[in-house]
Design a protein around this ligand. Sequence first.
Ligand code: C5P
Ligand code: MG
Length: 190
Amino acid sequence: MLNIVIFGPPGSGKGTQSENLIKEYNLAHISTGDLLRKEINTNTELGALAKSYIDKGELVPDEVIINMIDSYLDRMGRVNGVIFDGFPRTVAQAGALRDLLKTYKTKINVCLNLEVPNDELMKRLIERGKTSGRSDDNEETIAKRLATYEKQTKPVLDFYKKEGVAANIKGIGEISAIFDDIKAAVDAKK
Ligand code: C5P
Ligand code: MG
């Protein structure tokens, strides 16, 4: 299997580049943010819980997210590999993912770290907010999400550096040029 973590702050292009990766490598895609928004839109209990965190720019508790990933993998069936988008968001989640993948006798091959400066992220997300309909794409919540990323999510990168699978990708410029760098990094690790 080819398992990829697409990593980076909100607005760094994880969703966009996931779409390119799916086509290029024929992979399954798990976006935990999309899964949570689906729960919100269908008014489930999990959705209500998730919304209370998302609207504050905070993280949904590890246990909830890990359970969601566990059941997703369980139902997934046979695939070439998986792109994890927006997960893991904490070091605890990264450890849990490693343990889960072990039970499938597989592992993360590469963690792609999309690097984009904060002022550019803020610009992109405010622009996206005009059409995304996302309750968290407003200046105040974006600032909180960026702070949450720095504090709780960035340490995940050290986890993958220690595993020898982290690759830094410059996340500004043409989408297709960024994807060329991504392909080179994936092909070097797969
Ligand atoms: O990944 P995305 O930016 O779509 O996630 C939107 C929000 O969902 C995050 O800001 C966070 O509140 C929540 N989330 C989470 N844990 C994850 C993924 C998303 O708490 N693993
Ligand atoms: Mg996304």
